[in-house]
Design a protein around this ligand. Structure first.
Ligand SMILES: *Cc1c(COP(=O)(O)O)cnc(C)c1O
Length: 229
């Protein structure tokens, strides 16, 4: 499908989902997941007005950021190995996939050395699947607060999760609900408004995510078509 048409359809679906639950479309930020997508296509998306793109490989983010307009907001959404922090920290506006205390410490060390701060989300394994990255729900509060209090170079903005790949809508909904509940719990422990991002929802499930309180959806396939690798 043509990109402009796919984008329009996506925006309409976002709007419809918002309407169902009385939310404002301006409260939902779209991150166009451009992993495996070439810079020519990303440029087309940029021409349509998209400014937020998500990559899951560190070198790809660095390379694409070097080739494309400077006003693009690059989001890192993949598992980050400590030796690749250097590719991501200087370029990413938001790291969605902060998934352990150890990684947080390594990012913090890098930032201290280079006089940087990064914004990040704590990735939570809200579905409990063993295959998923992210901190377990029952440890998330403690790890979040520790990063929040002890690592000033990391500005934690909220939480991210991935739902299981299933046709069972209630399972997906429960996963997103858990993340929302965790956000509400954390908001009683830190200053109001400082935990404002809930990154949840992909092509398969972004409408459910919006209904459950997502503020940031990460959509690849619905925009760019099915990936090859
Ligand atoms: C690939 C990916 C997405 C986008 O998935 P689609 O199903 O193509 O929309 C979102 N989030 C993460 C973490 C991903 O790796």
């Amino acid at each position: 499908m043509e990109l402009a048409k796919a984008y329009n359809q996506l925006l309409q679906r976002v709007q419809a989902a918002c309407k169902r639950v009385g939310r404002n479309t301006s409260d939902i930020r779209l991150v166009a997941v451009s992993k495996t997508v070439g810079t020519d296509i990303i440029r087309q998306a940029y021409e349509l007005g998209i400014r937020d793109f998500g990559e899951n490989r560190a070198q790809d983010l660095r390379d694409k950021a070097g080739l494309l307009p400077g006003d693009i907001n690059w989001h890192f959404i993949g598992h980050l190995q400590t030796n690749k922090i250097k590719y991501v920290a200087p370029k990413a506006v938001l790291i969605h996939s902060l998934d352990s205390w150890e990684l947080a410490c390594a990012i913090s060390d890098y930032c201290e050395k280079h006089n940087l701060t990064v914004q990040a989300l704590l990735q939570v394994n809200a579905s409990g699947e063993v295959s998923k990255y992210g901190v377990p729900v029952d440890r998330a509060e403690k790890i979040f607060l520790r990063i929040y209090k002890e690592l000033p170079n990391i500005r934690l903005r909220g939480l991210m999760t991935m739902a299981p790949l299933t046709e069972d809508e209630s399972v997906i909904r429960q996963t997103f609900r858990k993340l929302k509940q965790l956000q509400e719990k954390l908001e009683t422990r830190i200053p109001i408004g400082s935990l404002d991002i809930l990154s949840m929802g992909m092509t398969h499930d972004f409408e459910i995510a919006i209904e459950e309180g997502s503020t940031m959806i990460r959509v690849g396939t619905a925009l760019f078509g099915t990936r090859r690798r």
